[in-house]
Design a protein around this ligand. Structure first.
Ligand code: GLN
Length: 474
């Protein structure tokens, strides 16, 4: 049985018209049928069925079903589940097993979610197409010659293809939102610090956030509400109370809503159809009483440059731990300590990861630190001020999620700078740390999905999702 919202599935499960076991077996069967699509790196065939049976038993014995009772979920393979693989789609962690649960995972599990497996991704979450994976590319479910976006490409494709109802991804500069846009689903990145990063393999720690991929805004908000909140294992997790996102969403009215539309987002390089579809959707909201406010964010041109300096700097430091001694792969050519480090890293990491480690080491080196790293930090501050000022005047900032529709597999692999441009609209919210979402708003003339990207002020996830809900296609 394939239901498109968790509420519908839950009704069936709680009324016992269907069992968790049946639901999970159906999903596993579909996953196996789509094995060639490379969406999952690991499938929990036994564990998922076992968990489903436990849940059925609990219900039959009169137990209270958790808030995510029987929700079939996929987890990106850079988020820890104790005892399961944690490859980050890298050779270097190919045989590594998690020794603890991520806090987010723990909280989902405590509410009776069922994990179906771990999904494919760009190696260490570095990429926009899922092509930088040691396990190979993932085709876009809407056109198999094209990419699903990245780096959470496996999670997005899983939800879009019905191989999971919802999925976790991680978003450092757009990795939940951009693939959601490419796969016609909802992708939410919360405020930095809203969800604990404990158990998420670090890429760029001051940007990384776990996010949710779902078929609709209600499911995404439900899952967010379970994971959000203070965690003593992550000092950057926020103390703020977690609001009732469902109630906050329901309170959002289109009438009187002020939508900021930055002119820089509708640059001439924007794909024409993407621009038209997003514009048309904004006009629909205007016709329902929203006010479209022209705003300007002149620094937008510097977003990609600042982002790639800051995240590569943090990545070069975070990835130093993969040295052949402590985790995962060790080269057989390890005659001495230096050879062990060098050969393990040379053989274990892929091309993009190496590029970023080198770039990050360079921008942090004495003599270049002030010119690059420090400058980029200052730019980050300016972005924070500008977005804050903008959001004092409007409720939300809206634009396209990606400047182009899903591109062909291989198309941008030889040109990293072209690839980096895929994130031009998603990166600013990550630089400032604000919550943002991609919501599906239409299909172009080739039947490729187009997403709209919305940014709200810090901790306004309820409002953000309430606005997105008015936009989502039924
Ligand atoms: N595509 C961006 C990058 O390669 C974003 C990645 C991410 O959000 N993890 O850095």
């Amino acid at each position: 049985m394939q239901l498109s919202s968790y509420q519908d599935l839950r009704t069936e499960l709680i009324s016992r018209r269907i069992t968790c076991e049946k639901v999970v077996l159906d999903y596993l069967e579909r996953i196996d049928r789509h094995r060639d699509d490379n969406i999952y790196i690991t499938v929990f065939h036994e564990q998922a069925v076992e968990k489903a049976r436990e849940l059925d038993k609990k219900l039959n014995e009169g137990g209270v079903p958790g808030k995510l009772f029987g929700m079939p979920m996929a987890i990106k393979d850079n988020i820890s589940i104790k005892g399961a693989g944690l490859t980050c789609a890298s050779r270097i962690l190919e045989n590594y097993e998690s020794v603890y649960d991520a806090t987010a995972v723990r909280r989902l599990e405590d509410e009776d979610a069922v994990f179906l497996g771990k999904t494919n991704m760009d190696e260490f979450a570095m990429g926009s197409s899922n092509e930088n994976s040691a396990f190979g590319a993932v085709p876009n479910p809407f056109d198999k010659t094209r990419v699903p976006g990245g780096s959470s490409g496996g999670s997005a494709a899983a939800v879009a293809a019905g191989l999971a109802l919802t999925a976790l991804g991680s978003d450092t500069g757009g990795s939940v939102r951009q693939p959601a846009g490419f796969c016609d689903i909802v992708g939410l990145k919360p405020t930095y610090g809203r969800i604990s990063r404990y158990g998420l393999v670090a890429f760029a720690s001051s940007f990384d956030q776990i996010g949710v991929l779902a078929r609709n805004c209600d499911d995404a908000s439900l899952v967010l509400g379970i994971m959000a909140g203070k965690d003593e294992h992550d000092a950057t997790s926020s103390h703020r109370d977690v609001p009732d996102y469902m109630a906050d969403m329901a309170a959002v009215k289109v009438d009187g809503l002020k939508i900021g539309v930055p002119k820089e987002y509708f640059h001439e390089s924007l794909n024409r159809e993407v621009g038209e579809i997003v514009r048309a959707k904004l006009n629909e909201l205007r016709d329902k009483g929203a006010e479209l406010v022209d705003i300007t964010l002149p620094e937008s041109d510097y977003a990609i440059a600042a982002y790639y300096i800051l995240v590569t700097a943090e990545a070069s430091s975070n990835l130093a731990r993969f040295d052949g001694a402590r985790y995962g792969y060790r080269s057989s050519r390890a005659e001495d300590v230096l050879a062990m480090y060098v050969n393990s890293r040379t053989e274990g990491f892929g091309k993009e990861v190496k590029r970023r480690i080198m770039l990050g080491t360079y921008v942090l080196s004495a003599g270049y630190y002030d010119t690059y790293y420090k400058k980029a930090q200052q730019v980050r501050r300016v972005f924070q001020d500008r977005y804050r000022e903008a959001l004092e005047k409007v409720d939300v900032i809206a634009g396209p999620t990606s400047p182009f529709p899903p591109f062909s597999i291989g198309e941008k692999m030889d040109d990293p700078l072209e690839m980096y441009l895929a994130d031009v609209f998603t990166v600013p919210a990550s630089i400032v740390g604000m919550p943002a979402v991609s919501v599906p708003v239409g299909m172009d003339s080739r039947n490729l999905p187009v997403g709209m990207h919305l940014i709200c002020d810090f901790f306004e996830e309820g409002k953000l999702m309430g606005i997105a809900r008015h936009l989502q296609r039924r």
